[in-house]
Design a protein around this ligand. Structure first.
Ligand code: ALG
Ligand code: ZN
Ligand code: ZN
Length: 355
């Protein structure tokens, strides 16, 4: 079948869902072209079907394709910012990395090497996991490309700064401790968002604090609201190269049941999307959406949430590639009251920083 695609500004866009039903054909993220169908890409969405690092329910190896399936319903215009990311930048689906499911160390090396290869010509990556182990090699590649340790916003119910499980150093509960040890994170500008749930002990928090992490808990987002959360995060990070890692379990299980280690009391998908939108114009180096485990999903809730989170990340990167960041437009222009969009556009001046 012919692929009837939307094209604009020399960028090959998604299959046109007004001419080919959106449920037809093979799934690529947002019905975008494959990387081998375009000459170059500003932004690539890539899958990492790997879940050998999980401590509880398995299945995140199927997450990337589940998010791709759910992403068929995305439309190409993002009204929050009056942006058509696939027109403003070339975005493509780079397919899946072929990682060894039986050897975690080798898998980590493969992910790092593939991420470096994909970003060679300046392409920015949005990676679909996979379990959270994969953030470590992705951060290595992001820091190598940035030429310096990167700031990080880590959306997650969990800290993921634990030391080992069963003596294993590389698991989905440990990537950010390893990243601090490796010196690839800018420890002046790293923060967890959405943290909640029981820990093993107080030492978990003491260690995490010692590594330099700030914490905006799920309860903080509820009590302070999105606007204040965004302002604090922007203040903390400034213009540093920023990696954004989104564990889908940051969402309440009501919004994202399809994940391996769910915790009650999470943020909503609306809050997550609005916080991501609040990062507009920041110096985004790369991002991931991980821990989608479709076997536990219902009605594609988690796939839809993951696909929208990824779409907002792609919008941020496309916006940066096109140099259009920071202008009030779209819904922001039509807003009746100030809110996070207004705050994000206005910037973080005058906001307190947090410890
Ligand atoms: N990264 C995720 N999703 N979970 C980490 C949970 C580690 C634990 O079992 O304590
Ligand atoms: Zn988690
Ligand atoms: Zn995690």
């Amino acid at each position: 079948m012919e692929e009837l695609r939307i094209e604009a500004n020399g960028n090959l866009g998604p299959i046109d869902s007004s001419r080919i039903p959106r449920y037809a054909g093979a799934a690529a993220f947002a019905r975008l072209p494959r990387l081998d169908q375009v000459a170059r890409a500003d932004v690539a969405v890539v899958g990492v079907p790997f879940d050998a690092g999980v401590s509880y329910r398995p299945g995140a190896r199927f997450g990337a394709n589940h998010v791709r399936e759910a992403s068929r319903l995305l439309r190409p215009y993002n009204p929050a910012w009056d942006l058509s990311p696939f027109e403003q930048a070339q975005v493509a689906d780079a397919g899946d990395m072929a990682v060894n499911p039986f050897n975690i160390n080798e898998a980590i090396e493969t992910i790092e090497a593939n991420a470096l290869e994909l970003t060679g010509a300046g392409t920015k990556l949005v990676t679909l996991g996979g379990d959270h182990t994969i953030a470590l090699p992705l951060l290595r590649a992001a820091a190598a490309r940035a030429g310096q340790p990167v700031a990080m916003l880590h959306f997650d119910a969990h800290l993921d700064t634990w030391d080992t499980y069963f003596g294993a150093e590389y698991t989905h509960g440990t990537p950010f401790r390893r990243a601090v040890e490796e010196g690839i994170l800018d420890t002046e500008a790293i923060c967890h968002v959405g943290t909640r749930g029981p820990l093993y002990g107080k030492k978990d928090l003491d260690d995490d604090h010692r590594f330099g992490f700030g914490i905006v808990t799920s309860a903080d987002v509820y009590y302070q609201g999105v606007a204040e959360t965004v302002a604090k995060l922007r203040d903390r990070i400034g213009d540093r190269p920023l990696y954004v890692s989104i564990d889908i379990d940051v969402l309440d299980p009501a919004h994202a049941p399809g994940t391996g280690t769910p915790e009650a009391g999470g943020i909503t998908s609306r809050e997550l999307i609005e916080i991501i939108r609040g990062l507009r114009g920041m110096n985004l180096a790369g991002a991931d959406v991980v821990e989608v485990a479709p076997a536990y999903d219902h009605a594609e809730l988690t796939g839809v949430a993951g696909s929208h989170a990824a779409f907002e990340l792609v919008t941020l990167l496309a916006d940066n590639a096109a140099g259009t960041g920071g202008q009030a437009s779209g819904y922001a222009r039509q807003a009746l009251r100030g809110g996070p969009k207004a705050a994000a556009v206005a910037g973080p001046e005058g906001q307190e920083s947090f410890e």
